[in-house]
Design a protein around this ligand. Structure first.
Ligand code: GRF
Length: 204
């Protein structure tokens, strides 16, 4: 049997791209996958700069060009799409095309603290406001609804008595940087199983 070619991953990011950076670093030494494209909806997203520094192709796609996304992904022969801080809803046609092959990372323990308007510090402020004793990060498969779809993996973070949204965000981000590469590597190695609305990672 020959060696399988590396799975080609596109990362969608609207912001700073620290999760993208963690993925780029993790995949550098991993043969199963490579980041082949970074897509943003904003030309000022620092994620684009991170991609360019590493010689990764970039594209800016605004809602006016939604129709172009599938063609773009096909041109770059993308196998998996990873949403890492992407602040737009993915058009249903793209969700359909990449069903079971599109992941999103969210900075809370879904299904709590997700949905429209739940992004950035608002998530962590809501967690503190609700008096939760723990929060964390979730990676899930993407479906047509925002922050919805089978959860693949979660990692917990304890809420501290003196937490502010900023402090909690920083600790959750640290675990995101471990969790996302682990899940993307498992995904591209074909180790994600999906049954109905459940998903999990196998060791095989
Ligand atoms: C992360 O907290 C991620 O969970 C959320 O958006 C944030 C992106 O952060 N979806 P970064 O741009 O990767 O630093």
């Amino acid at each position: 049997m020959g060696v399988s070619p590396a799975a080609r991953v596109a990362v969608f990011a609207s912001g700073s791209g620290t999760n993208l950076e963690a993925l780029l670093t993790a995949l550098e030494t991993h043969p199963a996958a490579e980041i082949a494209l970074v897509v943003s909806d904003r030309d000022r997203a620092f994620a684009l700069e991170r991609a360019s520094r590493r010689g990764v192709a970039t594209a800016i796609v605004t809602p006016d060009d939604w129709g172009a996304i599938i063609e773009l992904l096909e041109t770059h022969a993308i196998d998996w799409v990873v949403l890492a801080g992407y602040l737009r809803i993915i058009p249903p046609a793209v969700v359909q095309r990449y069903r079971g092959r599109m992941l999103n990372i969210h900075p809370a323990l879904l299904p709590k603290f997700g949905g429209t308007g739940m992004y950035g510090e608002r998530v962590h402020a809501a967690v503190l406001e609700a008096g939760e004793s723990e929060s964390g990060a979730t990676v899930h498969l993407v479906d047509e609804l925002y922050d919805h779809g089978p959860i693949v993996a979660q990692r917990r973070v304890k809420v501290q008595p003196d937490d502010t949204p900023q402090r909690l965000a920083a600790r959750v981000l640290e675990v995101e940087h471990e969790l996302l590469p682990e899940v993307v590597i498992a995904a591209t190695e074909g180790r994600i199983r999906i049954e109905g609305d459940r998903a999990w990672i196998t060791d095989e």
